[in-house]
Design a protein around this ligand. Structure first.
Ligand code: NAP
Length: 287
């Protein structure tokens, strides 16, 4: 902290509430590791203050900021430019400030794909993926999977119309590859027999409801790569039960680290120390 001075580049995390966020610890460890004079700070703000905060940030020594729940969509109105993928997703989780202009990105989907590639050595191109959920994170993941060449995306959601709308957006905006699936067990069973990757992109199983499952586990096939984007707890009941069936499992901490690594690279222009970021997250989950 004694090294903070007028040259220190600031990066913020805008959201509400932020008490349980892992990002400040992860990003500050990464800045320290790389010897950068950067500081990452949480900025908890009520919705009516969001515009004022971003106007202030624009005038200060900020390299950019992250955005989290509930402002990933709302924040778009304060961007000067929008990356193409963020535009398709319709949400921003990372902003970069260059000469006073703010450009919005979405690194969640890329974080998910990199985590899958690194943790399960799995390549998305040509794969068949079943995603449960159609909220903000599911949108980012599925749009990125489509852009990265997934052969077929099956999407189901508690609110079926959201899954249908998401499939239409993918098929129109990226590639004709997404099919909405009902949560009817017979239909799910037929499709789950023929997929490579199964993803829980809902908040089911997240603390304090650890133990809840996103689907009937008897439908999950041995040999499927099973991913959960929930990272609190780091190993959900969904992953525990999938591992017992002989599935390769990928937890949400990897996605969190890699979406952060993508953001780090955008702010600093250098590759992020991903291993250090994963270690910071692991330490935080044990604290
Ligand atoms: P969101 O936009 O609020 O979407 C929530 C999704 O979960 C919707 O599809 C919703 O279905 C579904 N859902 C919630 N409760 C449900 C229930 N009881 N039964 C069935 N479906 C339910 O949230 P989000 O931003 O997408 O985040 C989803 C989860 O991903 C959260 O746990 C978040 O912490 C995690 N996440 C992880 C990372 C990472 O880096 N690992 C990044 C982003 C988010 P409806 O449409 O029917 O409401």
């Amino acid at each position: 902290m004694e090294s903070i001075n007028t040259s220190t580049k600031l990066v913020g995390l805008i959201g509400n509430p932020l008490g349980h966020s892992f990002s400040p610890v992860m990003q500050n460890r990464a800045f320290k590791k790389m010897g950068l004079n950067f500081l990452y700070i949480p900025i908890e703000v009520e919705e009516e203050g969001l515009g004022d905060v971003i106007r202030g940030i624009r005038r200060m020594n900020f390299a950019g900021f992250n955005v989290t729940i509930p402002y990933k969509i709302k924040v778009i109105e304060f961007m000067d430019d929008l990356d193409d993928l963020a535009k398709l997703i319709g949400a921003v989780n990372t902003a970069v400030i260059t000469k006073g202009r703010i450009k919005g990105y979405n690194t969640d989907g890329e974080g998910f794909v990199r985590s899958l590639e690194e943790s399960a050595a799995f390549h998305v191109k040509g794969s068949s993926v079943f995603v449960i959920g159609s909220g903000g994170a599911a949108r980012a993941i599925t749009m990125t999977l489509a852009a990265r060449g997934a052969e077929r995306l099956y999407i189901c959601n508690r609110t079926g119309e959201r899954a249908e709308r998401l499939c239409q957006d993918i098929n129109k905006g990226v590639r004709e590859c997404a099919v909405a699936v009902s949560m009817e067990p017979g239909e799910m069973e037929r499709i789950l027999k023929d997929i490579d990757i199964l993803v829980n992109a809902t908040s089911i199983g997240m603390h304090p409801n650890a133990g809840e499952l996103p689907l009937d586990m008897s439908l999950v096939q041995e040999g499927t790569v099973v991913c959960d984007i929930v990272y609190n707890p780091p190993r959900t009941e969904f992953l525990n039960q999938a591992a017992k069936k002989g599935c390769t499992t990928v937890n949400g901490l990897g996605m969190l680290a890699y979406q952060g690594a993508e953001a780090f690279a955008l702010w600093t222009g250098i590759r992020a120390p991903v291993e250090e970021m994963v270690n910071a997250l692991t330490d935080k989950t044990k604290a």
